[in-house]
Design a protein around this ligand. Structure first.
Ligand SMILES: Cc1ncc(COP(=O)(O)O)c(C=O)c1O
Length: 393
């Protein structure tokens, strides 16, 4: 690829794929690459899952779009399947993770407005990633993503991830806090898990309940079966007021969702939020098909078993080199020694091992394989990575 009309918003790798099937991507000359990234946690059911492909094909030939000025039967059905799985009351369909979080943050403002706040604040975390619309970007920690955009910093309070004491201090120091927004496991920020695991979410909810704040979970990356439950919070006894998701929701078809429950339900009314494309018949039928697969197969159990297998195999072979693993289900962080030079790992994995991975947080390999990866494929992910890393020191 030489001349391009595309804005250079991404450092693209010098490769492109022309087809995908299950856990595999293929170049034009049909070279197979084992995909342990799935388009950044998107194709959780694998590339071109037959049931999703069938849903797209059938709906594309029937009705693609009518707008939300009309009833949309598939949106009703997708909403029911999603809210039932997520244990939430109602949903707004958007088109991406950032839009889902934008909706959540707007809900928090409406909630504050009901209480007469002049300038409400939302507590967010260090190393967080919530998207690139202006409000979701302002909630995001990554300095490179924020640079130059005059982010709305006075509307957010940033505290260390996993630190409940910092939340208590923020509550004492600031008036007009209306919500906490947090990822159950931080994806972009380094596959970070809290020291007490998902128990952190219960402690956060307790703070929210004590102060009458909305407890808002960003499950854009952790949702849709990725960690072995429909939503990662379901590993705990916590219950969010607001829950956002995208990525795996459409298995590659662009769609996002902001769900609400209890005191957050009913904040949006007619005209207070919207999206021309949100929840088209096509997008909704795709969501419905994804949830049909999640509900009627053992795919989430498979994510737990295979994720554990990959983590254990890697640590057995590489623990002696100071490598550890964290995460849940098929959201795996392989933590490398901090002094290791990781800059070429993604390229070397691709070129030498035909393995697609990602490195985040500087020294953490992020693996996001399909939830339905077969054991022989999981073994190959681990083996290829072990060979790569053993030749790296
Ligand atoms: C936790 C989280 N929230 C939000 C987003 C933004 O999603 P999108 O790129 O679909 O806008 C991402 C994307 O990586 C994410 O990981």
């Amino acid at each position: 690829m030489s001349a391009t009309y595309l804005m250079p918003t991404y450092n693209r790798q010098p490769i492109s794929f022309t087809r995908g099937s299950g856990s595999w991507l293929y170049t034009k000359d049909d070279t197979p690459y084992l995909d342990a990234l799935t388009g950044i946690a998107v194709c959780g059911l694998g590339h071109c899952h037959p049931q999703v492909t069938d849903a797209i094909q059938q709906q594309a030939a029937t009705l693609v779009h009518t707008s939300n000025l009309f009833g949309i039967d598939w949106q009703e059905r997708a909403g029911e399947a999603l809210c039932t799985a997520a244990q939430m009351d109602s949903v707004f369909f958007a088109n991406s993770g950032a839009e889902a979080n934008e909706a959540a943050l707007k809900l928090a403002r409406l909630y504050a407005n009901q209480q007469g706040f002049a300038r409400p604040k939302v507590i967010v975390m260090e190393q967080s990633f919530h998207g690139r619309t202006l409000l979701s970007l302002s909630a995001t920690a990554n300095p490179k993503a924020r640079e130059g955009f005059y982010t709305l910093d006075e509307d957010f309070i940033r505290v260390p991830f996993g630190d409940i004491e910092a939340i208590k201090q923020a509550a004492q120091k600031h008036d007009e806090i209306c919500a906490i927004l947090v990822e159950p496991i931080q994806g972009e920020g380094g596959l970070n898990t809290a020291a007490n695991g998902f128990g952190y979410l219960e402690a956060l909810q307790a703070e929210c309940d004590a102060h009458n704040w909305l407890f808002m979970l960003d499950e854009v990356q952790t949702g849709n079966g990725r960690t072995g439950k429909y939503f990662a919070y379901q590993h705990s006894n916590a219950r969010p007021d607001v829950l956002t998701t995208a990525k795996g929701l459409g298995n590659g078809f662009p769609v996002g969702a902001c769900m609400v429950r209890g005191r957050a339900n009913g904040l949006f009314g007619a005209g207070s939020h919207g999206s021309t494309y949100g929840g088209t018949p096509l997008a909704s039928r795709v969501v419905h098909s994804v949830y049909d697969v999640l509900a009627n197969t053992d795919i989430m159990n498979n994510a737990v078993t295979e994720g554990q297998f990959i983590r254990e195999t890697l640590v057995d072979a590489l623990g002696q080199y100071g490598v550890s693993a964290r995460g849940a289900g098929m959201m795996i962080g392989v933590v490398l020694p901090e002094d290791m030079d990781c800059t070429q790992l993604v390229n070397r994995a691709r070129d030498e091992q035909k393995l697609i991975i990602n490195v985040t947080g500087g020294h953490v390999i992020r693996l996001l394989p399909p939830l339905n990866m077969r054991r022989d494929e999981s073994a190959q992910v681990a083996d290829r990575l072990i060979e790569l890393l053993k030749s790296s020191w």
